[in-house]
Ligand binder design. Structure first.
Ligand SMILES: [Zn+2]
Length: 146
């Protein structure tokens, strides 16, 4: 997808767009950050150990979700610079779709976090330009005892 097309989509569809502060952070003991794995994967690609097709294999739905529901993180794509990176959050757990709930509105994460059942949030970094995608972090939500 061209950059101009991406920006046009953004302008028309992002009136209530999520922002950085809407992202979940790693706070609990079981939460995991995948920064080191990311660096290793990118280094392997730079050294020719991994093919670009294996890194840039985001499905069209994931790319669409990045543009419509993702949070722009003001970072260039490590693979295709200057493609822009978006963080997309999917939440899994009881009474949520099997393929996860893609977080698209403000306050949605907070409402899910108020649930009594334990949920897992997967934050994925996506470049809609080239299809680069990588797991950023897994964080737990909900499970609060009142
Ligand atoms: Zn890219």
């Amino acid at each position: 997808m061209s950059s101009a097309k991406t920006k046009k989509l953004l302008a028309s569809n992002r009136s209530s767009a999520l922002e950085k502060e809407d992202l979940i952070s790693v706070e609990r003991l079981a939460d995991v950050e995948y920064r080191l794995t990311r660096k290793t994967v990118i280094d392997h690609w730079k050294n020719g150990k991994i093919e670009r097709e294996n890194l840039c294999d985001a499905q069209s739905m994931l790319k669409r979700n990045a543009i419509h529901c993702g949070v722009p993180v003001e970072e260039c794509c490590p693979i295709c610079e200057p493609g822009e990176i978006y963080y997309v959050t999917y939440v899994f757990g009881p009474r949520l779709p099997a393929h996860g709930r893609c977080i698209s509105t403000k306050g949605e994460l907070k409402r899910l976090n108020d649930r009594k059942t334990q949920l897992s949030a997967y934050v994925i970094e996506v470049c809609p330009e080239c299809g680069w995608n990588h797991l950023v972090r897994i964080a737990s939500l909900g499970g609060n005892k009142f």
